[in-house]
Ligand binder design. Structure first.
Ligand code: NAD
Ligand code: DAU
Length: 349
């Protein structure tokens, strides 16, 4: 079994690569990543020496390169995570999201189709997507697999578009695809532009915590290790042509989450209670900010027996401990070009 994992040097991808190497030593895992600002091979330093692991530096926007790669290797499966993934960046530079998330996905579909030449026995193309394609919920209800698509940001529109292309290659060409749409992930190795690692880093350095709007937006948080386990189940047991929603049944308003994070940080840094929360600074809201995401993952639980393994309080504490004991990783990724992004985005250093 030879699986191509795209975006394996990123946050979720690195956990998926590690999960497959640890659980399936007989598989060959190729990690294709162009190493954008979000890709970091240090995320995989504990597994990079494995005999059955290969890193390929390459760009999914280069269709000819992908055709050659698929000619060279007979991949049995693709798990596609490579993407531009940060909503705020998609507001600043939407085109990059169309190029990578839409064109890159179409290039991969073309390469898999050409390589497998309609002999789809034992093959699988697994596309990793997001709950953001479903739009925004009011105070009630959950996203199910039947919820109509209603994306609002350039990021979610590009992911929705890529999902449609994946389904089109299934319906038109018979490509054996499966899609999952997951809620917000948290855990180790997440780039500190996303809420949780950004705020851990800012608290550590006594910098303001920029809360968008009133902090009332709600997200459904899932530990990244549980997402990797769900991806394993769906890759091996998910039905071709189907979609599975993945989520932690774990809704938090941003401000409640931030207060919990501040309390954990105060304890871990031996600061006085309430010290970190003083850094909370309300800033202009994100344009087109979706109010609430919440996932109904009962199909995945019922059909494939998946359940999240950890409470949010425990997972968040483990996550904080990881960032605090991996200061070198954090310093490396927050230096250089990231500083320029931060200055541009928030107007402060
Ligand atoms: P990330 O930004 O941390 O990692 C993305 C990876 O893709 C990086 O390693 C980057 O170098 C690589 N990449 C980007 N453009 C590429 C290109 N043109 N060619 C090859 N590689 C390229 O993202 P993440 O948070 O790990 O998300 C991974 C996937 O999961 C994405 O498809 C995202 O939409 C989806 N997702 C993320 C979340 C979340 O909470 N982070 C939730 C649901 C779904
Ligand atoms: O729902 C799944 C999605 O979750 C994934 O598809 C995306 O790839 C991933 O980035 C994430 O998107 P969000 O926009 O929800 O995540 P982010 O961490 O950027 O923001 C979480 C919430 O916190 C959101 O309501 C915006 C808010 N926020 C974020 C940042 C970075 C702030 O209030 N301040 C900030 O500085």
């Amino acid at each position: 079994m030879h699986i191509l994992i795209t975006g394996g040097a990123g946050f979720i991808g690195s956990h998926v690569v590690r999960h497959f190497l640890n659980h399936y030593p007989s598989y060959t895992i190729s990690n294709l990543d162009s190493l954008t600002y979000a890709g970091n091979l240090a995320n995989l330093s504990d597994v990079e020496e494995r005999q059955n692991y290969r890193f390929v530096k390459g760009d999914i926007t280069d269709g000819d390169f992908l055709m050659r790669l698929f000619e060279e290797h007979q991949f049995d499966g693709v798990i596609h995570l490579a993407a531009e993934s940060h909503v705020d960046r998609s507001i600043v530079n939407p085109t990059a999201f169309v190029v990578t998330n839409v064109m890159g996905t179409v290039n991969l579909l073309n390469a898999a189709k050409a390589s497998w030449q309609s002999d789809y026995e034992g093959k699988k193309f697994y596309h990793i997507s997001t709950d953001e394609v479903y739009g925004s919920l009011g105070s009630g209800g959950l996203f199910t697999e039947e919820t109509p698509y209603d994306p609002h940001s350039p990021y979610s529109a590009s992911k929705a578009s890529s999902d449609h292309f994946v389904r089109a290659w299934h319906d038109t060409f018979g490509l054996p695809v499966v899609i999952s749409n997951c809620s917000n992930n948290y855990g180790s190795f997440q780039f500190p532009e996303k809420l949780i690692p950004l705020f851990i880093n800012n608290i550590l350095h006594n910098k303001p915590l920029p809360v968008y709007g009133k902090g009332e937006n709600i997200r459904d948080w899932l530990w990244v290790v549980d997402h990797a386990q769900a991806i394993d189940l769906i890759y091996h047991q998910g039905k071709t042509g189907e979609t599975y929603n993945i989520g932690g049944h774990n809704e938090w308003s941003n401000i409640d989450l931030i207060r919990l994070l501040c309390r954990i940080m105060d304890t871990k840094l031996s600061r006085a209670a309430g010290e970190s929360e003083k850094l909370v600074t309300y800033v202009t809201d994100r344009a087109g900010h979706d109010l609430r995401y919440a996932i109904d993952s009962s199909k995945l639980q019922r059909e494939l027996g998946w359940v999240p393994s950890i409470t949010f309080e425990k997972g968040l504490e483990l996550t904080v401990e990881w960032y605090l004991s991996n200061g070198e990783w954090l310093n490396n990724v927050t230096s250089g070009s990231y500083q320029h992004y931060y200055e541009k985005m928030y107007g402060v250093r």
